[in-house]
Ligand binder design. Structure first.
Ligand SMILES: NC(=O)c1ccc[n+]([C@@H]2O[C@H](COP(=O)([O-])OP(=O)(O)OC[C@H]3O[C@@H](n4cnc5c(N)ncnc54)[C@H](OP(=O)(O)O)[C@@H]3O)[C@@H](O)[C@H]2O)c1
Length: 249
């Protein structure tokens, strides 16, 4: 038994760094053709030149997900000229604020990127999936979509919401063999983590994880690949927590 994406086209958002880039590399190794989205057009152009040189089966696109219209236009352009078999809504941002420090513009940005964009993308990609009676959608939430911690109001609202979107859309799409699930990582060693946590904070948190360390992006990617693959035929509306045991302590 092996994970095979050789006849599959996979769309991945937030694919230029961290967890998303790892999922892209692993999917490609398993045979997928990739449609990859980041926030910056110049970077997408550079990555396309590099991908062509290296004969990779991937094409990069860009849209700033804080702008709902830009997301809508991009996903429409992608779906008008490509079949999408699996979609990984991974792009995400975090900003630590206690409840009294939250600014309305921070709320708008986090909700737009972490929650509105996955809704817009799911709404569009699921049209073709429904017609073909096949689709896999994986939304990347977080342990802070199940539990929370001080200064995580904004992030938790978006990630709890993403789990709600997962469950509700899984029920809408189940009759069409479109399976929708959430993967909820714990603490992962990526640029996002390094931007918001100091080194000593990371060491303290690692001590609270039963497995004693942060995860590597590939440990999240493996869970995503399974749920997005043909090996998954009966799991939908599920939340797969990949956190080294943290939420159970
Ligand atoms: N790292 C963790 O410990 C952790 C834990 C739990 C859940 N997660 C979740 O996992 C996902 C990936 O996290 P990560 O750690 O890999 O993050 P990361 O290294 O910061 O990468 C974030 C990705 O999202 C894209 N992105 C950010 N803002 C965007 C915007 N306005 N418009 C479009 N794309 C945008 C970035 O594109 P550009 O490069 O073009 O900016 C990048 O590809 C996120 O949803 C995050 O909430 C992470």
């Amino acid at each position: 038994m092996k994970i095979d994406f050789s006849d599959k086209v996979v769309l991945i958002t937030g694919a230029t760094r961290g967890i998303g880039r790892q999922i892209a590399d692993d999917m490609e190794e398993c045979g997928a053709s990739l449609l990859l989205v980041g926030s910056d057009q110049k970077r997408a152009d550079e990555l396309n030149v590099d991908a062509e040189k290296r004969k990779l089966r991937r094409r990069y696109y860009a849209a700033n997900f804080t702008n709902g219209t830009a997301v809508e236009e991009l996903i429409d352009e992608i779906c008008s000229s490509n079949r999408v078999d699996a979609c990984i809504n991974n792009a995400g941002i975090n900003k630590l604020n206690s409840i009294d420090e939250i600014k309305n513009e921070n709320w708008d940005d986090i909700i737009s990127v972490n929650l509105q964009a996955p809704m817009i993308i799911t709404r569009r990609v699921s049209q073709g999936m429904k017609e073909r009676r096949y689709g896999r959608i994986v939304n990347i939430s977080s342990i802070f979509g199940t539990i929370s911690k001080a200064k995580r109001s904004l992030y938790s609202v978006s990630k709890f919401g993403l789990r709600g979107l997962t469950v509700a859309s899984a029920l809408d799409l189940a009759p069409y063999n479109v399976l929708v699930n959430t993967v909820s990582p714990g603490f992962v060693q990526t640029e996002l983590t390094e931007r918001i946590l100091k080194k000593d904070e990371m060491e303290q948190l690692a001590l609270q994880v039963p497995l004693g360390r942060f995860s590597r992006p590939e440990e999240i990617s493996k869970a995503v690949l399974f749920l997005a693959s043909d090996l998954n035929t009966y799991i939908t509306a599920h939340n797969l927590v990949v956190d080294g045991g943290y939420v159970n302590v």
